[in-house]
Design a protein around this ligand. Structure first.
Ligand code: NAD
Length: 492
């Protein structure tokens, strides 16, 4: 599948007017260019926002079930092309084909679920102390919303912001990351084919510094949904916090440093499989990836042995090749950053820690699945988000220490425990300081109807009812149908 080579602005495909070129390549074969296009400029942002402003009244007035039908058609189109779309995701992000297929499937489910929500778009009927009066709430859209996405879930993440935003009646301008931006362009083309009116959605190629910031300071962008790194979030927050109606800040603690606690009574075979999957699926480039194992000393040697054997047995290669378990890292600089962090770390390197260049892998950015044992809980490598195939192992004496170490992290999005002890499970679910918990399963996973978000962030990331809540405001309405002057007054 070819990627579009232009931005989608106000219903037309056109070159941006920036001096900067957006160039994305296959991370498995970095000489293969997939998207090469002129980025959007601040003028293009103005055009996209102006188109969204002018499309807003009629899109807002479109009945929610009709808005839902557009999402439903996009879901159908995506389903009919799921294999090609998955292949496109693999080419530009590097994840394995089954992984990319699962991402496309997730996007279809998100679109379908939010299409259903269009039919259920509702408020609440409220009791009132005033006779002959009906009181109720409705949820109304916010206006033009700005959406900014990272590269690691390049097809589904745009969908999980666009779907709730549009079905609620907003119009949107989306900026995908400069790595792997082609999938978001494919999303735009599906919406165009599904008959979305011009201007309701624009997708702009370009950098965060140029396009993202121009969106952030634009006075007509009423709300912002951002997913990315803590650093970018800080910059954006400084620009927009004083003026936005709503903020959906996912990144501050959302960066992945998610911990799995392993207790001595756990099913070690099940746990080893889960930990390997949590740490190395999608090359560890998931916000929910498991990057810290906190293990009771009593079973640490045995588990490290199992994990080392498992990591060494993983087949690394281009995501399209059959039987490959782990694809490349997104980019050469990111690969070097990971290798440097591992080289600097204090700990016993028991697996990986090196670039892989054999069997044609020198064309891309491949890293061996890496495990560092005996890492101190306060070591930089156990605290900073690396976003790659690196697992640290910290040994602890008991459950209480494990919980303390797991909770003492700046990044707490997801957490997991492996144990058969019912009391410990309940203790964990109550005291673990993360927003998504898994018991006897790795840290990754989530469905469209389930909230998804990090701790101490102002919102959730667009999924579930909470996503619709984010993209709407509540209005309370009193209809006095009695025709008589109110005798009774409620205070205020
Ligand atoms: P990033 O922060 O570099 O970029 C994210 C997006 O923000 C991109 O579109 C980028 O162009 C834009 N951006 C960057 N600087 C900006 C600025 N100053 N103003 C406006 N926009 C700006 O992140 P990335 O490298 O694309 O993705 C990896 C990061 O995303 C990791 O930190 C990961 O944890 C995070 N992530 C979080 C979740 C979650 O659910 N919490 C999901 C996926 C990824």
């Amino acid at each position: 599948m070819q990627f579009p080579q232009k931005s989608f602005i106000g219903g037309t495909w056109r070159d941006g007017r920036s001096q900067a070129i957006v160039r994305s390549v296959d991370p498995a074969r970095s000489d293969e260019v997939l998207v090469e296009a002129r980025g959007a400029s601040a003028d293009d942002v103005n055009d996209a926002v102006a188109a969204a402003v002018s499309a807003y009244p009629s899109w807002r007035a479109t009945p929610a079930p009709e808005r839902a039908r557009v999402l439903g058609r996009v879901a159908e189109l995506a389903r009919s092309r799921a294999d090609e779309l998955a292949s496109a995701v693999t080419f530009e992000e590097g994840k394995t084909l089954p992984d990319a297929r699962a991402e496309v499937e997730k996007a279809i489910e998100i679109l379908s679920w939010f299409a259903g929500e269009g039919w259920r778009h509702t408020g609440r009927m409220l009791a009132t102390d005033v006779p002959d009066t009906m009181a109720y709430t409705v949820r109304e859209p916010l206006g033009v919303v700005g959406l900014i996405t990272p590269w690691n879930v390049p097809f589904a993440l745009p969908c999980w912001k666009i779907a709730p935003a549009l079905v609620a009646g907003n119009t949107a301008v989306l900026k995908p990351a400069t790595f792997a931006p082609g999938s978001a362009l494919l999303v735009a083309s599906l919406f165009e084919e599904a008959g979305l009116p011009a201007g309701v959605l624009s997708v702009l190629l370009g950098s965060g510094a140029e396009v993202g910031q121009a969106m952030a300071v634009h006075p007509d962008v009423k709300a912002f949904s951002f997913t990315g790194s803590p650093g970018a979030r800080e910059k954006l927050y400084d620009l927009v916090s004083h003026r936005l109606a709503r903020l959906d800040w996912i990144a501050p603690e959302a960066g992945g440093k998610n911990a799995i606690i392993l207790l001595r009574d756990a099913d070690l075979e099940l746990a080893a499989a889960g930990i390997l999957h949590g740490a190395f699926a999608s090359t560890g480039q998931r916000c929910t990836a498991a990057s810290r194992l906190i293990v009771e000393e009593a079973v640490a040697d045995e588990m490290v042995e199992r994990l080392t054997a498992g990591a060494n047995a993983l087949k690394v290669g281009a995501g399209h090749e059959p039987g490959v378990d782990m694809g490349p890292v997104i980019d050469g600089r990111q690969l070097q950053r990971l290798l440097d962090a591992v080289a600097r770390a204090n700990g016993d390197l028991v697996a990986g820690g090196r670039r892989k260049t054999e069997d044609g892998m020198s064309r891309g950015w491949f890293m061996a699945p890496t495990i560092l044992d005996r890492v101190a809980p306060d070591a930089p490598i156990a605290r900073e988000e690396l976003f790659g195939p690196v697992l640290t192992v910290t040994r602890v004496s008991d459950f209480e220490e494990a919980l303390r170490v797991a909770n003492d992290s700046p990044h707490r999005l997801a957490g997991a425990i492996y144990t058969r002890d019912a009391e410990r499970i309940m203790q964990f679910t109550q005291r673990a300081d993360a927003r998504m918990l898994h018991v006897n399963a790795p840290t990754i996973g989530g469905e469209p109807h389930q909230p998804y978000g990090g701790i101490r962030t102002a919102g959730v990331q667009g999924l579930a009812r909470e996503g619709l809540d984010f993209f709407t405001e509540v209005k309370t309405v009193f209809v006095d149908w009695g025709g008589a002057r109110r005798k009774q007054q409620t205070y205020y």
